[in-house]
Write a protein that binds this ligand. Structure first.
Ligand code: SF4
Length: 385
């Protein structure tokens, strides 16, 4: 898939809003629920999809290219919940079992061998494990429910179940006082033989326990120097092990880039169902009610679960496409975005970008300051108007 026109179907995101416990740094749309109401959730997802059918004038929803079941903790659905979700989706969509990319997120402590085997049998063919670290102290500090040994065992269970397309999430930029070795975690991930890694820098969102601790001076996050050092360590180490750095935070062995995320980055239509899920259909952006109880109540009462919608202006779409394009290894076409040669020359001369014919793509040094670069371009556009 290289352009919007070539997209072979729709990308579907399904949000599972349950976690057994909330991690200290998490501000996702989740509710604490070790034993979630799976049947109510399934009925709500079905109602959400039916609302889409009505909204799109009763036509059949299009064929799917990718399914991504994220959260939250989808492993809390167990085998039966994922199977029922598959049945629900099959009532609304069609897809080619040979070519669909069906991803699911999983947490190490709730990915049992039975769940892994059952999910693989149902058709899930890509797993993203929320490992974050193999260091017990770091995991405890983050508020995760697993330890390093359990993370390794979960990887083994996933591989044994047949998930050769296995990704791990890892967090860098932890406070120095934890004495976590980022390099050791990267080496452990490589040793386990996974084909995809997503690395994220820790941020302190204000409404989280971590954010409050940082605001009150009880915790000091990693400084900028450590953040940059660890990001570049990941880039260099993974590059030397034949991982392509294909997006700011994502690295993959050949053939294992996440197709679902490419849909977002190249601007194809996508559908999201579940609390807080966003969609982009027919030029319109919509988003669902964030709170699980409010979402459930609306869905089961036959009311709308949409909280908002907007038709982005041409300029909004242009800036978003610019930002998304610059996130990826493909970069952007200079002619399409009308960026001056002088600006690009500045980026290249200080190592933030490289030129490839009519395209420009950012280097890892550029990706570290991507938001600032796009903000600068937006400010110049406003000045020129
Ligand atoms: S497992 Fe993920 S979604 Fe759940 S609380 Fe932790 S960070 Fe948030």
């Amino acid at each position: 898939m290289s352009t919007k026109e070539e997209a072979p179907g729709l990308a579907l995101y399904v949000h599972v809003p349950f976690c057994a416990r909330r991690c200290h740094y998490c501000d996702f749309a989740v509710t604490r629920s070790p034993d979630p109401p799976v049947d109510e959730w399934l009925a709500s997802i079905d109602a959400d999809l039916s609302e889409w059918r009505r909204e799109l004038c009763g036509t059949d929803l299009p064929a799917l290219d990718t399914i991504f079941v994220g959260g939250g903790t989808p492993t809390l659905l167990g085998a039966r919940g994922m199977e029922s979700l598959g049945d629900c989706l099959a009532r609304h969509f069609r897809w080619d079992e040979e070519t669909i990319e069906w991803s699911a997120e999983a947490n190490p402590n709730s990915l049992t061998a039975d769940t892994a085997i059952a999910w693989r049998g149902i058709g899930v063919n890509r797993l993203s494990l929320g490992v974050q670290s193999f260091d017990d102290r770091a995991l405890q500090w983050l508020g995760r429910l697993h330890d390093g040994r359990e993370a390794c065992e979960a990887v083994e269970r996933a591989l044994t179940a047949g998930f050769d397309n296995l990704s791990l999430d890892l967090i860098f930029g932890l406070p120095q006082e934890i004495e976590r070795s980022w390099q050791a975690d990267l080496h452990k991930a490589l040793e386990l033989g996974v084909v995809h890694l997503s690395t994220y820098g820790l941020t302190a969102e204000p409404e989280t326990p971590l954010g409050r601790n940082v605001a009150h001076g009880r915790v000091a996050l990693a400084g900028q120097e450590q953040y940059v050092e660890e990001y570049l360590l990941g880039v260099n180490l993974l590059g030397s092990h034949h991982f392509t750095h294909y997006e700011v935070s994502n690295f993959a062995r050949s053939g294992y880039e996440c197709r679902h995320n490419w849909h977002y980055w190249i601007g194809t239509e996508y559908l999201g169902v579940g609390p807080s899920a966003h969609s982009y259909i027919r030029g319109q952006r919509t988003w669902n009610v964030r709170d699980w109880q409010a979402y459930r109540a609306a869905a089961l009462a036959g009311e709308t679960v949409r909280e908002g919608r907007e038709l982005p202006s041409g300029e909004q779409r242009r800036m978003e496409a610019l930002w998304l394009g610059l996130r990826t290894r493909r970069g952007i076409d200079l002619d399409r975005f009308g960026i001056s040669e002088a600006i690009v020359a500045g980026w290249i001369s200080d190592g933030r970008a490289i030129r490839q014919g009519a395209r420009v793509k950012l280097t890892p040094h550029g990706w570290l300051v991507l938001d600032d670069m796009v903000a600068e371009l937006a400010a110049r556009t406003t000045e020129d108007e």
